[in-house]
Each structure stands twice: as structure tokens, then as C-alpha cells.
Design a protein around this ligand. Structure first.
Ligand code: CP
Ligand code: NVA
Length: 335
């Protein structure tokens, strides 16, 4: 479709639920396709070869980037799309996931799902005869990984051997996803956080094996100096994720403040290092939650300082744009 050489890789009909399900070659294929689609969009060359198809977007949690990426990408590819918001459908309340999957698969050629447990999107896929794409679960955020890998490759020119340090809650969707992505792509992953927030032991073991096959590595450390020294990418995410209760803020601020990405961390990483964040980020007081936290706990910045967020080392808006190009590639490849 995009003029790219598919080689022997064919993802038609495949679900996109987590990177663990994909080989490094398949992930690279998606990145190449995304780069090609991005180039075509920039040159004004239309790629609307999925005309006449329709996709359903189920969001049980809120979104700016993921929703807009799916909608714009679907339109660019010539498709229609229907957005089901967190309160606007019967899913899980009056209708089971299995029934929803079979209903939607009868009307749409693909289904995106953002919500809670990974088992929900896996069940949706099991009962759906059309591809299902994970738009974020508690455990994984695979479309974010494609955007971030593309951004890193655009910046450094390669992925293999890149050293990436994840700071903050490494047990949740972003920490897990990065550990898997690095293992698959032969990158060196470090979770730099307090032990309580280290990723799940079984997933760590699985990723260590995958990393060994691909020339990457997995490190867990509580030491900020060691964990961030001379690395290529410093990555962080919000300290409290969607769906978690407000009560955990106090504990998270206490536990994770030592792992804030600030000038000292970036200086330790070195001049060539870049800062990345999936967004949204709490780096100032321009949000309602940011203001509330400031009033309650007396802090103006959380996981990243405004200085780092706004610095020339920060690639957060490049990442955000790449969400659209990579999500387009996932739909184009699987439909
Ligand atoms: N990064 C990300 O998934 O953003 P949204 O929650 O806005 O979709
Ligand atoms: N960990 C965050 C990621 C947001 C893109 C959350 O789940 O809210």
C-alpha cells in the first residue's frame, strides 16, 4: 500500500495487543511503514486505500493523543470511525465483552480498545473476527511504544544498543511496555525507581530472556546516579495513572519524588541524552490536578521539572505527533 517492501512480513488480520506478541522484524516493519506514511503525509501524497472500511474506537478511559491519532489516521486512510466514550456504550455494564466483540465485528473492520485490565482487550480479540488494537490497558501501551521507538530512531538513527532509563512507577503500563520494547529491539532498559515500583518479577525474567536473544539488557536499580549516568533516553510518566484512586497521590509523591526528572538527572545522563514522556505530564500548575496537588502537598512540579520539559533535550511533542503516524501504520498493516 505505501510502496514499502513487505518482504515476508504479513500482518493482515493480526491483533495488536502487546509487543510481546510481535517479533523484532515485525516491529521494525511497522516502524518502516509508519516512517513511509509520515513521509507521504508530509509530501501531501494521499494514502486512502482503506476507503469504505470503518473502525470502532472504544474508550473506557479518557484520551487526547490516542483518540485523535486513531481518528485522524482512519480519515487519512479513507475510513470512517465511530467513537464510543467512557459512558456512552453498554460495554461491561449491560453487555459482556464477548457479546460486544461479536456485535462490533459485524459492523466494523477493526476495533480499538482503551480500558482497564489487559485480559479485557485479550478477550475482546478472542471473540472478534476483525483485528483488535490495544489503545492502553493497565498493563501495556503498545501503540505508544511504536511512536516512541520511531522518535528515538529518527533522533539517533538506530535503536539497537540505545540505553533507556525509565523513572517513576515502573510496574504499570509504560514501565512494562518499555521493558518489553527494549528487550525486543536489543536496547538496554533500566528501571530507576524504588524497589516497590520495580516491574513484575515474571515479566522481568521473560524480558531478560528476550533481551539476551536480541543483544539488549534489563537492569533494575534504586540508585539515580548509577541508573541515569551516560544514558541516551530518560523517560518518565505520571506518578498516578488513570483509574487509580486519588488517595495514592500522597504515597506516590513521597516514594517517587527522588526519581523526578530534573536538571541534575539530565546532566548526569549527558548532553546527547533526550527526555521523553508519553504525556499528559505534570510539569507546571496549568492543570486542575496540578493546582490541587500544589495546594495540598506544596509542590509545583512532579515527575519532570518544567525546565527539562521545555528544554531542547525534550522530544515530547515529536513523540505525540508520531502517535498518529504509527497508529496509522498499525491499521494499514493489519487491515
Ligand atoms: N500518551 C497517551 O496515550 O495520551 P492520551 O491519554 O491523551 O491518549
Ligand atoms: N500511565 C499513564 C499513561 C497515560 C498515557 C496512565 O495509564 O494513565
Amino acid at each position: 500500500m505505501s510502496g514499502i517492501n513487505q518482504g515476508n512480513i504479513n500482518l493482515k488480520g493480526r491483533d495488536f495487543l502487546k509487543l510481546l506478541d510481535f517479533t523484532p522484524e515485525e516491529i521494525l516493519y511497522l516502524l518502516d511503514l509508519a516512517a513511509d506514511l509520515k513521509d507521504k503525509k508530509e509530501k501531501g501524497i494521499p494514502v486512502d486505500t482503506l476507503r469504505g472500511k470503518n473502525v470502532a474506537l472504544i474508550f473506557e478511559k479518557t484520551s487526547t493523543r490516542t483518540r485523535c491519532s486513531f481518528e485522524v489516521a482512519a480519515h487519512d486512510l479513507g475510513m470512517g470511525c465511530t467513537y464510543l466514550d467512557p459512558s456512552g456504550s453498554q460495554i461491561g455494564k449491560k453487555e459482556s465483552i464477548a457479546d460486544t466483540a461479536r456485535v462490533l465485528a459485524g459492523m466494523f473492520e477493526g476495533i480499538e480498545y482503551r480500558g482497564y485490565g489487559q485480559e479485557i482487550v485479550e478477550e475482546l480479540a478472542r471473540y472478534s473476527k476483525v483485528p483488535v488494537w490495544n489503545g492502553l490497558t493497565n498493563e501495556f501501551h503498545p501503540t505508544q511504544m511504536l511512536a516512541d521507538l520511531l522518535t528515538i530512531r529518527e533522533h539517533f538513527g538506530y535503536l539497537k544498543g540505545i540505553k533507556l532509563t525509565y523513572m517513576g512507577d515502573a510496574r504499570y503500563n509504560m514501565g512494562n511496555s518499555w521493558m518489553v520494547a527494549c528487550a525486543k529491539m536489543g536496547m538496554h532498559f533500566t528501571a530507576c525507581t524504588t524497589e516497590k515500583y520495580f516491574p513484575d518479577v515474571e515479566l522481568v525474567e521473560e524480558c531478560k530472556q528476550i533481551a539476551a536473544e536480541n543483544g539488549g539488557s534489563i537492569t533494575l536499580t534504586e540508585d539515580v546516579q548509577i541508573g541515569t549516568e551516560n544514558v541516551d533516553v530518560i523517560y518518565t510518566d505520571v506518578w498516578v495513572s488513570m483509574g487509580e484512586p486519588d488517595e495514592v497521590w500522597e504515597e506516590r509523591i513521597r516514594d517517587l519524588s527522588p526519581y523526578q526528572v530534573n536538571r541534575a538527572v539530565m546532566e548526569n545522563a549527558g548532553e546527547k541524552a533526550i527526555f521523553m514522556h508519553c504525556l499528559p505530564a505534570f510539569h507546571d500548575l496549568k492543570t486542575k490536578i496540578g493546582e490541587q496537588i500544589s495546594e495540598k502537598f506544596g509542590i509545583d512540579e512532579m515527575e519532570v521539572t518544567d525546565e527539562v520539559f521545555e528544554s531542547s533535550q525534550s522530544l515530547v511533542f515529536e513523540e505525540a505527533e508520531n502517535r498518529m503516524h504509527t497508529i496509522k501504520a498499525v491499521m494499514a498493516a493489519t487491515l
